[in-house]
Design a protein. Structure first.
Length: 565
């Protein structure tokens, strides 16, 4: 089954719309549109992009900080048995990124596929094999279907152009996930499918998947709710309260009732940390112009409706937000989950530099708006074990320079805590890149660019402090690229104990020998693995050119050194 298109019945809503659009694309030459305007609430002062370097800080060291290993004592079982007593601990997911495009030089149109799919981070995959397998299989199925749809719209676009028709701009297909919960009990993902293949406007459809982490099983509504009829009434009541002026297609009670039929097989819902959220895409129950309709049913006050195991949660949590996708979290400790939405729109400033407009809203009211030095921005919503909420906005700018803006959230205003010269760690394999997420605020991985004998990413485990800032748990960065160098000339180095860091005897690296770089402090040393498994320390000088190893020019003694511009 697909991760976000659970069954053929669910899929038929968008399939019907998209098939009609594709069939009539060449004939539809009229378009409608409107600017989506938001008033800018300057709760905080927009910082000029040129001042960003003044705000970059060094992450506080905490060498004595520890993190226990993930609690994997819970055996695999069906979530619906409602008997899981172990502590709830977060797990980290990553998002696979796939991109394809066709550039039409005649009309300057870009036809593209931009899709993201969720996997369990490789650090956790061995401990959670079932959910890892489920998400891997879902990602493959999702990609195959996304690629097939992209190929279809590309073929239709070319056909339209060949026939002399106006395809009305670039066609595209995008898939973006929000990871609203990921722990050792529940993995809950909401995906936004955004596409245009001709016609009056793009199509936006939301899909959800909720899994039992231990078994990897896709959960139904009755797996998580004790009384689905009572839950349906709560959803109807919440929609009427939050959308009083919406022009629904049918009588609301009947329309929502049809979605709850057959254990909610047509329904899109998520299991969050503070409640359950229900999503109704455009055309589900109301016209396209009404947009997404979503409501949150809190656990608090409705305990009899939900099964106990979904209401228990980790002490500290993190949500990976999709751009413009609403999620619910109690950010101000008032006992009510706010609808939180972060949006980023790429732009350029007066100097022609890349930038973007960032807007944060609570319950559809703008709380903060800024212009950021970035062409892309990813968002993580974090709640600490003390109940404080923070927003991590990871910005990617020119030359793929990345940094994180940390905001403190509360009911009155949004305060910028600081800029961090790091990014959330990800990784690559032979087929794709994988963007990391925070996952666990008490144990997450950040990365920085390093030029320690090659240009790559150095990763470090962190936890947040009482100001929401990341605290390093080691004074070194691990190099996980398996980057290999070949010794050109014999050179003496010292063996080093991997755990205690005590140096041992001097050994000679022989010409032709290969070493793999494994960690560095990004200043004075690089540790490398030998073919026999031993670890050696290369004393380096990295802030000069050429770089030095044991007082000698690095590139005269090692082959394979590669630096990015």
């Amino acid at each position: 089954m697909r991760c976000f298109m659970r069954n053929k019945v669910l899929r038929k809503r968008s399939k019907l719309i998209l098939s009609l659009v594709l069939a009539g694309a060449m004939a539809l030459l009229s378009a409608c549109g409107g600017a989506k305007n938001s008033s800018d609430d300057d709760s905080i002062t927009s910082s000029d992009a040129s001042d960003k370097s003044d705000k970059v800080i060094t992450v506080t060291d905490a060498p004595d900080a520890g993190k226990s290993s993930d609690d994997n004592s819970m055996t695999s079982s069906d979530a619906a048995d409602n008997k899981k007593a172990d502590a709830v601990t977060p797990i980290r997911l990553v998002t696979e990124h796939r991109y394809d495009n066709y550039w039409d030089e005649t009309d300057y149109n870009n036809i593209y596929l931009n899709a993201h799919f969720c996997h369990v981070d490789r650090e956790y995959s061995d401990a959670y094999p079932n959910i890892s397998k489920t998400l891997d299989e879902a990602a493959k199925a999702d990609f195959d279907e996304a690629k097939a749809f992209y190929d279809e719209i590309l073929n239709n676009y070319k056909t339209a152009v060949s026939a002399g028709d106006d395809p009305m701009g670039g066609w595209f297909y995008e898939v973006h996930p929000a990871i609203v919960r990921s722990d050792n009990r529940i993995v809950s993902i909401v995906k936004q499918e955004f596409s245009y293949a001709g016609g009056a406007h793009p199509d936006t459809v939301y899909y959800s998947s909720v899994y039992d982490t231990q078994s990897g099983k896709l959960l139904s509504l009755s797996d998580v709710a004790t009384d689905t009829d009572a839950l349906k009434k709560l959803v109807i009541s919440a929609i009427k309260e939050n959308y009083p002026d919406t022009a629904f297609f049918d009588e609301l009670d009947d329309a929502i009732g049809s979605f709850f039929a057959k254990d909610g097989e047509l329904l899109d819902w998520s299991v969050d940390y503070d409640g359950m959220t229900f999503y109704f895409s455009p055309y589900d129950i109301a016209p396209y112009a009404e947009g997404l309709i979503c409501v949150n049913i809190p656990y608090e006050g409705n305990e009899s409706v939900f099964k106990k195991f979904i209401m228990e949660k980790p002490d500290a949590v993190a949500i990976s937000l999709g751009n413009g996708m609403p999620v619910f979290m109690d950010v101000n400790e008032d006992g009510k989950a706010e609808k939180v939405e972060c949006a980023f729109y790429e732009n350029t400033n007066e100097e022609g530099e890349c930038c973007g407009d960032f807007i944060l809203s609570y319950d559809d009211e703008n709380i903060c708006s800024e212009q950021l030095y970035a062409y892309n921005c990813d968002f993580e919503l974090i709640r600490s074990s003390e109940g404080k909420c923070y927003l991590y906005a990871e910005c990617t700018a020119e030359s793929d320079y990345s940094y994180i803006r940390v905001y403190e959230l509360n009911s009155e205003a949004v305060n910028l805590v600081d800029n961090i010269d790091l990014c959330v760690a990800g990784y690559y394999d032979d087929e794709a890149g994988y963007s990391g997420t925070i996952g666990d605020p008490c144990h997450f991985k950040l990365a920085k660019r390093t030029d320690a004998l090659y240009t790559g990413a150095g990763n470090v485990i962190c936890h947040i402090d009482d100001k929401g800032l990341p605290v390093k748990e080691t004074d070194y960065y691990t190099l996980e690229d398996d980057f290999e160098l070949t010794v050109l000339k014999d050179i003496d180095v010292r063996e080093i104990d991997e755990v205690t860091f005590k140096t041992g005897e001097t050994i000679t690296l022989k010409a032709g020998e290969k070493i793999t770089l494994v960690r560095t402090d990004d200043l004075t040393y690089v540790d490398a693995r030998l073919g026999d498994g031993r670890l050696v320390r290369l004393n380096v000088v990295l802030d000069t050119w050429p770089q030095l190893v044991e007082g000698k020019e690095a590139e005269k003694y090692f082959d394979g050194i590669m630096y990015a511009g």
